[in-house]
Design a protein around this ligand. Structure first.
Ligand code: E4P
Length: 214
């Protein structure tokens, strides 16, 4: 599974990218607004830090508006992927953009059929929202598992980005069911390599070493 960072905070991105762990970045208007920076400036900076795909979302809701914005976004850097909401207009935009060779990430996927429609329309990535599904009592991991099975069975090329990830358990579970990618908030990512027993173990080793040296 590939690991994306779900943040627009360049300090978080640089820190984790230096460990060789960042395969890509996803943003959305909420994530961008948290940084209080110019949209174009921050997206271009992220795209220059990471080699992998960087998702930037359109704001328009009509096909015409989305396609127009997408063409601009795609010119900002070679690794930009245009994030498009899962609507009828969005699907039409995805289809048009795929014919122009512009990569898309269809966001706000909550059902198997939405995922299938996005993949069939020509999306490069589809993003099922795990946490938001769990908020309404629906099993988001099962959605990822079903999508992976169907994409393989019907040989659909789109890759699944498990999004709205809220916990380490989510990351491990979507990995187990074959998500191609998990996009993980910058604050959660360090938990992937941490454990209190590791910290305790280091402290004990050092304490014992100091006692031995005396
Ligand atoms: C990423 O592509 C999504 O926009 C993001 O993971 C949504 O996360 P949230 O449900 O925690 O806002």
């Amino acid at each position: 599974m590939k690991f994306f960072l779900d943040t627009a905070n360049v300090d978080e991105i640089k820190r984790i990218n230096e460990l060789g762990l960042v395969d890509g970045v996803t943003t959305n208007p909420t994530i961008i607004s948290r940084e209080g920076r110019d949209f174009e400036e921050v997206v271009k900076e992220i795209a220059s830090i990471v080699e992998g795909p960087v998702s930037a979302e359109v704001i328009g809701l009509t096909t015409e508006e989305m396609v127009k914005e997408a063409r601009v976004l795609a010119k900002w850097a070679e690794n930009i992927v245009v994030k498009i909401p899962m609507t009828e207009d969005g699907l039409r935009a995805v289809h048009l953009l795929s014919k122009e060779g512009i990569k898309t990430n269809v966001t706000l996927i909550f059902t198997v059929s939405q995922g299938l429609m996005a993949a069939k329309a020509g999306a490069t990535y589809v993003s099922p929202f795990i946490g938001r599904l769990e908020d309404i009592g629906v099993d988001g991991v099962a959605l990822v598992e079903n999508l992976r099975e169907l994409f393989d069975f019907y040989q659909l090329e789109a890759e699944i980005i498990s999004a709205s990830i809220r916990s380490l358990k989510h990351v491990e579970e979507v990995a187990e069911v074959g998500s191609h990618i998990a996009t993980i908030p910058g604050t959660l990512f360090p938990k992937l390599w941490s454990h209190p027993l590791t910290d305790n173990g280091i402290a004990t080793f050092l304490k014992d070493w100091e006692a031995f040296k005396k």
